[in-house]
Design a protein around this ligand. Structure first.
Ligand code: PGA
Length: 264
């Protein structure tokens, strides 16, 4: 039985979909969504698609909009970057921070990630802080220390009263885009560790209000067993979020579990 009220099913489109393709995918999602969903469906398209996305989403409350990154400064000489005020104007509510691809391919440090988390919270938006270990780190038994370090640094100077605006995504790097998924037990163990760590860092109530997403080859075939875990409050989905049918199927799984939880 979940401590959470609802699941957050988030799609990270990464560097996929032009603005025109975005329109097609959003329309397919809107057509397939249940009338009164119990859970939240979030899409994080690339920056160039956000304008079209918000235009389509404004008329419906059923889908939330997120961005994949943002710069912590409100404006300035940062060629190629996008600021939080620019995203706010496009009705973006969530911003992914510290995705492992940003950390590993673009050398983002924990310090920079923390600046972003704080800037997103100051703007009244919701950061999705991504954490996770690489295969080498897992093999050398560093999983928990790596995650603890990412949380400690990423959430530096953040107060308990801000905690409910935060989402944490656990994404083992070895499971991202590889078809390799963490077993539900393994994912639950790490999620429980994160929840406990958050309870100590903030307090139990705040920790319970933070949604913990699992990410890494989450797909319709494994969604149920993962989402059934006590401390898994949703998913951050890459590949399977690019296909309306697959993404909706994962959302429907979340709807069915939420319905069962209500009845039990
Ligand atoms: P994947 O990506 O679902 O394609 O493994 C997840 C992510 O990187 O957020």
């Amino acid at each position: 039985m979940h401590t959470q009220k609802s699941f957050l099913i988030a799609g990270n489109w990464k560097m996929n979909k032009t603005a025109a393709e975005t329109v097609t995918l959003i329309q397919a999602l809107q057509n397939g969504l249940p009338n009164k969903p119990k859970n939240e469906l979030l899409i994080c398209p690339p920056f160039t698609s956000l304008f079209e996305a918000q235009r389509l989403l404004r008329s419906s409350e059923m889908l939330s909009l997120g961005a994949q990154n943002a710069h912590p400064k409100p404006s300035g000489a940062y060629t190629g970057e996008i600021s939080i005020p620019m995203l706010e104007e496009l009705h973006v509510r969530y911003i992914l921070i510290g995705h492992s691809e940003r950390r590993l391919l673009f050398n983002e440090t924990n310090k920079f990630i923390n600046e972003k988390v704080r800037a997103v919270l100051s703007a009244g938006l919701k950061p999705v802080l991504c954490v996770g270990e690489t295969l080498e780190q897992r093999k050398s038994n560093q999983t928990f220390s790596v995650i603890e370090n990412q949380l400690l640094a990423g959430l530096r100077e953040i107060e308990a009263k801000e905690a409910s605006s935060i989402t944490v995504a656990y994404e083992p790097v070895w499971a991202i885009g590889t078809g390799e998924t963490a077993t539900p037990e393994l994912a639950q163990t790490v999620h429980a560790f994160i929840r406990q760590w958050l309870s100590k860092r903030f307090n139990e109530t705040s920790a319970a209000s933070i949604r913990l997403l699992y990410g890494g080859s989450l797909k319709p075939e494994n969604a149920k067993e993962l989402l059934m875990q006590k401390d898994i409050d949703g998913g951050l989905i890459g590949g399977a979020s690019l296909d309306a049918k697959a993404f909706l199927s994962i959302f429907q799984t979340a709807e069915a579990i939420a319905q069962e939880n209500l009845l039990s």
